[in-house]
Design a protein around this ligand. Structure first.
Ligand code: ACO
Length: 331
Protein backbone atom coordinates (compact mmCIF):
# COMPACT_ATOMS: atom_id res chain seq x y z
CA UNK A 1 0.00 0.00 0.00
CA UNK A 2 1.17 3.54 -0.80
CA UNK A 3 1.70 6.23 1.81
CA UNK A 4 0.30 9.77 1.89
CA UNK A 5 2.49 12.85 1.55
CA UNK A 6 1.90 16.55 2.01
CA UNK A 7 2.49 17.97 -1.49
CA UNK A 8 1.91 21.64 -0.71
CA UNK A 9 0.86 23.98 2.08
CA UNK A 10 -0.80 27.40 2.23
CA UNK A 11 -2.23 29.84 4.72
CA UNK A 12 -4.18 33.04 4.98
CA UNK A 13 -4.78 35.45 7.82
CA UNK A 14 -6.86 38.64 7.57
CA UNK A 15 -5.02 41.95 7.38
CA UNK A 16 -6.48 43.49 10.51
CA UNK A 17 -4.06 43.11 13.44
CA UNK A 18 -5.52 43.33 16.96
CA UNK A 19 -2.94 43.74 19.71
CA UNK A 20 -3.27 42.96 23.41
CA UNK A 21 -3.38 46.70 24.05
CA UNK A 22 -6.33 47.00 21.63
CA UNK A 23 -8.22 44.37 23.68
CA UNK A 24 -7.31 46.12 26.93
CA UNK A 25 -9.35 49.11 25.71
CA UNK A 26 -12.47 46.91 25.53
CA UNK A 27 -12.16 44.73 28.67
CA UNK A 28 -10.24 44.42 31.92
CA UNK A 29 -7.09 42.77 30.65
CA UNK A 30 -3.52 43.79 29.88
CA UNK A 31 -0.66 43.02 27.53
CA UNK A 32 1.29 41.77 30.54
CA UNK A 33 -1.43 39.28 31.64
CA UNK A 34 -2.01 37.90 28.14
CA UNK A 35 1.70 37.64 27.31
CA UNK A 36 2.64 35.95 30.58
CA UNK A 37 -0.26 33.47 30.63
CA UNK A 38 -0.44 32.60 26.93
CA UNK A 39 2.50 34.00 24.93
CA UNK A 40 0.08 35.83 22.60
CA UNK A 41 0.95 39.39 21.49
CA UNK A 42 -1.53 39.90 18.64
CA UNK A 43 -4.12 38.14 16.50
CA UNK A 44 -5.99 38.83 13.23
CA UNK A 45 -9.70 39.60 12.76
CA UNK A 46 -11.77 39.48 9.57
CA UNK A 47 -13.67 42.47 8.25
CA UNK A 48 -17.43 42.34 7.93
CA UNK A 49 -18.79 39.93 5.34
CA UNK A 50 -15.80 37.59 5.39
CA UNK A 51 -16.57 34.02 6.49
CA UNK A 52 -14.59 30.87 7.27
CA UNK A 53 -14.90 29.67 3.66
CA UNK A 54 -13.34 32.93 2.35
CA UNK A 55 -10.23 32.42 4.49
CA UNK A 56 -10.20 28.76 3.46
CA UNK A 57 -10.35 29.78 -0.21
CA UNK A 58 -7.20 31.92 0.02
CA UNK A 59 -5.25 29.28 1.98
CA UNK A 60 -6.40 26.54 -0.44
CA UNK A 61 -5.35 28.48 -3.53
CA UNK A 62 -1.84 28.83 -2.09
CA UNK A 63 -1.64 25.16 -1.07
CA UNK A 64 -2.80 23.94 -4.50
CA UNK A 65 -0.30 26.21 -6.23
CA UNK A 66 2.53 25.13 -3.92
CA UNK A 67 1.66 21.50 -4.65
CA UNK A 68 2.15 22.27 -8.34
CA UNK A 69 -1.44 21.27 -9.11
CA UNK A 70 -4.59 22.91 -10.42
CA UNK A 71 -8.06 22.82 -8.86
CA UNK A 72 -9.11 20.30 -11.54
CA UNK A 73 -6.65 17.79 -10.06
CA UNK A 74 -8.23 17.89 -6.57
CA UNK A 75 -10.47 14.85 -6.02
CA UNK A 76 -11.93 15.58 -2.59
CA UNK A 77 -12.18 18.40 -0.03
CA UNK A 78 -12.06 18.06 3.77
CA UNK A 79 -12.68 21.18 5.85
CA UNK A 80 -12.35 21.45 9.63
CA UNK A 81 -13.95 24.36 11.49
CA UNK A 82 -15.95 25.15 14.61
CA UNK A 83 -17.02 28.46 13.07
CA UNK A 84 -18.76 27.64 9.76
CA UNK A 85 -20.18 30.47 7.63
CA UNK A 86 -23.71 29.12 8.30
CA UNK A 87 -25.28 26.47 10.56
CA UNK A 88 -25.87 24.44 7.42
CA UNK A 89 -24.76 23.61 4.81
CA UNK A 90 -21.17 23.22 5.94
CA UNK A 91 -18.38 25.44 4.68
CA UNK A 92 -16.73 22.69 2.58
CA UNK A 93 -19.36 23.06 -0.16
CA UNK A 94 -18.93 26.84 -0.11
CA UNK A 95 -15.21 26.30 -0.59
CA UNK A 96 -15.88 23.86 -3.45
CA UNK A 97 -17.91 26.56 -5.17
CA UNK A 98 -15.42 29.39 -4.50
CA UNK A 99 -12.57 27.30 -5.88
CA UNK A 100 -14.58 26.51 -9.01
CA UNK A 101 -13.96 22.81 -8.36
CA UNK A 102 -16.08 20.25 -10.21
CA UNK A 103 -18.76 18.32 -8.32
CA UNK A 104 -16.24 16.50 -6.12
CA UNK A 105 -17.12 15.44 -2.59
CA UNK A 106 -16.73 18.04 0.16
CA UNK A 107 -16.72 16.93 3.79
CA UNK A 108 -17.03 19.09 6.91
CA UNK A 109 -15.56 17.81 10.14
CA UNK A 110 -16.11 19.20 13.62
CA UNK A 111 -13.26 18.32 15.90
CA UNK A 112 -12.20 21.80 17.00
CA UNK A 113 -8.48 22.11 17.75
CA UNK A 114 -7.89 18.49 16.72
CA UNK A 115 -9.78 19.02 13.45
CA UNK A 116 -6.73 19.27 11.23
CA UNK A 117 -5.20 16.00 12.47
CA UNK A 118 -8.58 14.22 12.32
CA UNK A 119 -8.85 15.46 8.71
CA UNK A 120 -5.32 14.30 7.96
CA UNK A 121 -6.23 10.83 9.19
CA UNK A 122 -9.36 10.70 7.02
CA UNK A 123 -7.43 11.89 3.95
CA UNK A 124 -4.68 9.35 4.65
CA UNK A 125 -7.17 6.44 4.54
CA UNK A 126 -8.67 7.61 1.23
CA UNK A 127 -5.27 8.10 -0.41
CA UNK A 128 -3.61 4.92 0.82
CA UNK A 129 -6.53 2.82 -0.36
CA UNK A 130 -6.42 4.54 -3.75
CA UNK A 131 -9.95 5.96 -3.54
CA UNK A 132 -8.68 9.51 -4.16
CA UNK A 133 -5.36 10.78 -5.49
CA UNK A 134 -5.28 14.42 -4.38
CA UNK A 135 -7.14 15.73 -1.33
CA UNK A 136 -7.38 19.34 -0.19
CA UNK A 137 -7.51 19.58 3.61
CA UNK A 138 -8.24 22.95 5.22
CA UNK A 139 -8.60 24.22 8.77
CA UNK A 140 -10.33 27.59 8.97
CA UNK A 141 -11.79 29.74 11.73
CA UNK A 142 -13.55 33.05 12.18
CA UNK A 143 -13.67 33.45 15.95
CA UNK A 144 -13.88 37.23 16.09
CA UNK A 145 -17.61 37.41 15.29
CA UNK A 146 -18.52 35.03 18.13
CA UNK A 147 -16.55 36.13 21.17
CA UNK A 148 -17.50 38.55 23.92
CA UNK A 149 -15.69 41.88 24.03
CA UNK A 150 -16.40 42.48 27.73
CA UNK A 151 -14.93 41.47 31.09
CA UNK A 152 -17.14 38.38 31.10
CA UNK A 153 -15.60 36.05 28.54
CA UNK A 154 -12.20 37.76 28.51
CA UNK A 155 -10.42 34.47 29.31
CA UNK A 156 -11.56 33.03 25.95
CA UNK A 157 -11.65 36.25 23.92
CA UNK A 158 -7.97 37.07 24.40
CA UNK A 159 -6.79 33.68 23.12
CA UNK A 160 -8.76 33.38 19.87
CA UNK A 161 -7.82 34.68 16.41
CA UNK A 162 -9.03 34.23 12.81
CA UNK A 163 -7.14 32.42 10.06
CA UNK A 164 -6.90 29.43 7.72
CA UNK A 165 -4.29 26.86 6.80
CA UNK A 166 -4.42 24.26 4.05
CA UNK A 167 -2.50 21.30 2.70
CA UNK A 168 -2.79 19.21 -0.46
CA UNK A 169 -2.17 15.52 0.08
CA UNK A 170 -1.22 12.87 -2.46
CA UNK A 171 0.32 9.40 -2.74
CA UNK A 172 4.03 8.60 -2.44
CA UNK A 173 5.55 5.31 -3.60
CA UNK A 174 8.44 5.42 -1.10
CA UNK A 175 7.06 3.51 1.92
CA UNK A 176 9.56 5.17 4.26
CA UNK A 177 8.10 8.64 3.63
CA UNK A 178 4.86 10.45 4.29
CA UNK A 179 2.31 10.04 7.07
CA UNK A 180 3.55 7.12 9.19
CA UNK A 181 0.60 7.12 11.60
CA UNK A 182 -2.23 9.13 13.10
CA UNK A 183 -3.80 8.59 16.51
CA UNK A 184 -7.20 10.07 17.39
CA UNK A 185 -8.93 10.31 20.78
CA UNK A 186 -11.99 11.83 22.44
CA UNK A 187 -13.63 12.08 25.86
CA UNK A 188 -17.14 13.51 25.50
CA UNK A 189 -17.83 13.58 29.22
CA UNK A 190 -15.88 16.84 29.20
CA UNK A 191 -17.86 18.36 26.32
CA UNK A 192 -19.10 21.21 28.51
CA UNK A 193 -15.64 22.19 29.77
CA UNK A 194 -15.14 24.14 26.53
CA UNK A 195 -18.23 24.74 24.45
CA UNK A 196 -20.83 27.04 22.99
CA UNK A 197 -24.15 26.22 24.56
CA UNK A 198 -26.62 27.81 22.17
CA UNK A 199 -28.25 27.87 19.69
CA UNK A 200 -28.81 24.12 19.66
CA UNK A 201 -31.30 21.50 18.49
CA UNK A 202 -32.03 20.39 22.07
CA UNK A 203 -33.82 23.69 22.76
CA UNK A 204 -37.39 24.52 21.70
CA UNK A 205 -36.87 26.91 20.01
CA UNK A 206 -33.16 26.72 19.23
CA UNK A 207 -32.52 30.38 19.94
CA UNK A 208 -34.33 32.70 22.33
CA UNK A 209 -33.99 36.33 23.30
CA UNK A 210 -32.86 35.12 26.74
CA UNK A 211 -30.00 33.09 25.23
CA UNK A 212 -28.91 36.12 23.28
CA UNK A 213 -28.98 38.35 26.33
CA UNK A 214 -27.33 35.86 28.71
CA UNK A 215 -24.43 35.35 26.30
CA UNK A 216 -25.12 31.60 25.89
CA UNK A 217 -23.88 31.89 22.30
CA UNK A 218 -20.34 32.82 23.39
CA UNK A 219 -17.70 30.15 24.10
CA UNK A 220 -17.27 29.14 27.76
CA UNK A 221 -14.16 27.46 29.06
CA UNK A 222 -12.91 26.03 32.31
CA UNK A 223 -9.41 27.21 31.44
CA UNK A 224 -7.40 25.53 34.19
CA UNK A 225 -9.14 22.21 33.64
CA UNK A 226 -8.54 22.35 29.88
CA UNK A 227 -4.93 23.37 30.45
CA UNK A 228 -4.16 20.39 32.72
CA UNK A 229 -5.78 17.87 30.39
CA UNK A 230 -4.02 19.40 27.38
CA UNK A 231 -0.57 18.99 28.96
CA UNK A 232 -1.21 15.33 29.88
CA UNK A 233 -3.05 14.21 26.76
CA UNK A 234 -0.66 15.85 24.31
CA UNK A 235 2.29 14.06 25.89
CA UNK A 236 0.39 10.75 25.82
CA UNK A 237 -0.64 11.03 22.20
CA UNK A 238 2.84 12.09 21.01
CA UNK A 239 4.31 9.14 22.92
CA UNK A 240 1.69 6.83 21.36
CA UNK A 241 2.65 8.00 17.86
CA UNK A 242 6.37 7.63 18.52
CA UNK A 243 5.99 4.14 19.98
CA UNK A 244 3.86 2.96 17.07
CA UNK A 245 6.78 3.85 14.79
CA UNK A 246 9.58 2.65 17.10
CA UNK A 247 10.80 6.23 17.52
CA UNK A 248 11.95 8.25 20.52
CA UNK A 249 11.46 11.94 21.37
CA UNK A 250 15.10 12.51 20.31
CA UNK A 251 14.15 11.41 16.76
CA UNK A 252 11.76 14.37 16.36
CA UNK A 253 13.21 17.04 14.05
CA UNK A 254 10.21 19.34 14.50
CA UNK A 255 7.15 19.24 16.76
CA UNK A 256 4.28 21.37 15.46
CA UNK A 257 1.79 21.50 18.33
CA UNK A 258 -1.61 23.13 18.32
CA UNK A 259 -1.20 26.79 19.26
CA UNK A 260 -3.61 27.20 22.20
CA UNK A 261 -1.23 28.47 24.82
CA UNK A 262 2.55 28.69 24.59
CA UNK A 263 2.83 27.49 28.19
CA UNK A 264 1.02 24.23 27.36
CA UNK A 265 3.51 23.51 24.58
CA UNK A 266 6.50 24.47 26.74
CA UNK A 267 5.34 22.11 29.51
CA UNK A 268 4.81 19.25 27.03
CA UNK A 269 8.20 19.69 25.38
CA UNK A 270 10.00 20.09 28.70
CA UNK A 271 8.43 16.93 30.14
CA UNK A 272 9.38 14.99 27.00
CA UNK A 273 12.85 16.54 26.85
CA UNK A 274 12.28 17.92 23.37
CA UNK A 275 14.54 20.99 23.00
CA UNK A 276 12.82 24.35 22.60
CA UNK A 277 14.33 24.93 19.13
CA UNK A 278 12.58 21.79 17.85
CA UNK A 279 9.12 23.09 18.81
CA UNK A 280 7.40 25.53 16.47
CA UNK A 281 5.48 28.50 17.87
CA UNK A 282 3.63 31.28 16.10
CA UNK A 283 0.91 31.88 18.70
CA UNK A 284 2.58 35.26 19.43
CA UNK A 285 1.28 36.57 16.08
CA UNK A 286 -2.02 34.74 15.53
CA UNK A 287 -3.40 33.53 18.87
CA UNK A 288 -5.39 30.30 18.84
CA UNK A 289 -6.87 29.75 15.37
CA UNK A 290 -8.19 26.30 16.40
CA UNK A 291 -8.48 24.00 13.33
CA UNK A 292 -6.23 26.38 11.37
CA UNK A 293 -3.38 26.62 13.85
CA UNK A 294 -1.41 23.48 12.92
CA UNK A 295 -1.53 23.99 9.13
CA UNK A 296 -0.59 27.68 9.50
CA UNK A 297 2.32 26.74 11.78
CA UNK A 298 3.40 23.93 9.46
CA UNK A 299 3.37 26.26 6.47
CA UNK A 300 5.47 28.89 8.26
CA UNK A 301 7.92 26.28 9.59
CA UNK A 302 8.44 24.99 6.04
CA UNK A 303 8.90 28.54 4.72
CA UNK A 304 11.54 29.14 7.40
CA UNK A 305 13.43 26.02 6.27
CA UNK A 306 12.91 24.16 9.53
CA UNK A 307 12.10 20.85 7.81
CA UNK A 308 14.41 18.82 5.54
CA UNK A 309 13.62 15.74 3.51
CA UNK A 310 13.67 12.63 5.73
CA UNK A 311 12.96 14.59 8.95
CA UNK A 312 10.47 13.26 11.49
CA UNK A 313 7.76 15.88 11.96
CA UNK A 314 5.18 15.35 14.70
CA UNK A 315 1.85 17.17 14.89
CA UNK A 316 -0.18 17.14 18.11
CA UNK A 317 -3.39 18.80 19.26
CA UNK A 318 -5.83 18.98 22.15
CA UNK A 319 -9.10 20.85 22.35
CA UNK A 320 -12.81 21.04 22.89
CA UNK A 321 -14.63 17.72 23.00
CA UNK A 322 -12.30 16.86 24.61
CA UNK A 323 -10.52 15.63 21.49
CA UNK A 324 -6.81 15.06 21.02
CA UNK A 325 -4.66 13.60 18.27
CA UNK A 326 -1.18 13.19 16.84
CA UNK A 327 0.40 12.51 13.47
CA UNK A 328 3.93 11.27 12.78
CA UNK A 329 5.29 12.19 9.35
CA UNK A 330 8.60 11.39 7.68
CA UNK A 331 9.14 14.39 5.39
N1 ACO B 1 -7.09 39.27 31.50
C1 ACO B 1 -6.87 39.51 32.81
N2 ACO B 1 -7.27 38.66 33.79
C2 ACO B 1 -7.93 37.54 33.39
C3 ACO B 1 -8.19 37.26 32.04
C4 ACO B 1 -7.75 38.19 31.07
N3 ACO B 1 -7.93 38.00 29.77
N4 ACO B 1 -8.85 36.09 31.95
C5 ACO B 1 -8.99 35.64 33.21
N5 ACO B 1 -8.43 36.53 34.08
C6 ACO B 1 -8.34 36.45 35.54
C7 ACO B 1 -9.39 35.53 36.13
O1 ACO B 1 -10.61 36.19 36.33
C8 ACO B 1 -8.72 35.12 37.43
O2 ACO B 1 -8.89 36.15 38.35
P1 ACO B 1 -9.09 35.85 39.93
O3 ACO B 1 -7.83 35.14 40.34
O4 ACO B 1 -9.27 37.19 40.51
O5 ACO B 1 -10.28 34.96 40.01
C9 ACO B 1 -7.24 35.07 37.08
O6 ACO B 1 -7.10 35.87 35.89
C10 ACO B 1 -6.78 33.67 36.77
O7 ACO B 1 -7.69 33.06 35.87
P2 ACO B 1 -7.51 31.63 35.32
O8 ACO B 1 -8.62 31.29 34.38
O9 ACO B 1 -7.26 30.70 36.47
O10 ACO B 1 -6.14 31.85 34.50
P3 ACO B 1 -5.20 30.79 33.87
O11 ACO B 1 -3.85 30.95 34.41
O12 ACO B 1 -5.81 29.42 33.88
O13 ACO B 1 -5.14 31.28 32.34
C11 ACO B 1 -6.04 30.65 30.21
C12 ACO B 1 -6.31 31.32 31.55
C13 ACO B 1 -4.93 31.42 29.52
C14 ACO B 1 -7.30 30.71 29.39
C15 ACO B 1 -5.57 29.20 30.46
O14 ACO B 1 -6.41 28.58 31.39
C16 ACO B 1 -5.55 28.34 29.23
O15 ACO B 1 -4.80 28.60 28.30
N6 ACO B 1 -6.32 27.25 29.18
C17 ACO B 1 -6.28 26.28 28.09
C18 ACO B 1 -6.79 26.81 26.79
C19 ACO B 1 -6.83 25.71 25.76
O16 ACO B 1 -5.92 24.92 25.62
N7 ACO B 1 -7.93 25.59 25.06
C20 ACO B 1 -8.06 24.46 24.18
C21 ACO B 1 -8.01 24.84 22.80
S1 ACO B 1 -9.35 25.90 22.30
C22 ACO B 1 -10.53 24.91 21.48
O17 ACO B 1 -10.50 23.71 21.51
C23 ACO B 1 -11.61 25.60 20.82
Amino acid sequence: MKRTRILGTGFYVPEKVVTNDDLAKMMATSDEWITQRTGIKERRYVSEGVGASDLAFEASRMAIQNAGLTVKEIDFIILGTLSPDYTFPGSAVLLQDKLGASTIGALDIRNQCSGFIYGLSIADQFIRTGVYKHILLVGTEVHSTGIEFADRGRDVTVIFGDGAGAVVLGPVEDKERGILSTHLHSEGKYAKKLWIEAPGSIYHPRMTQEMLESGAWFPKMDGKYVFKHAVTRMQEVIEEGLQANHLKPQDIALLVPHQANMRINQMVSMAMEIPEEKVYHNIQRYGNTTAASIPIALHEALQEGKVQEGDIVVLAAFGSGFTWASAVIRW
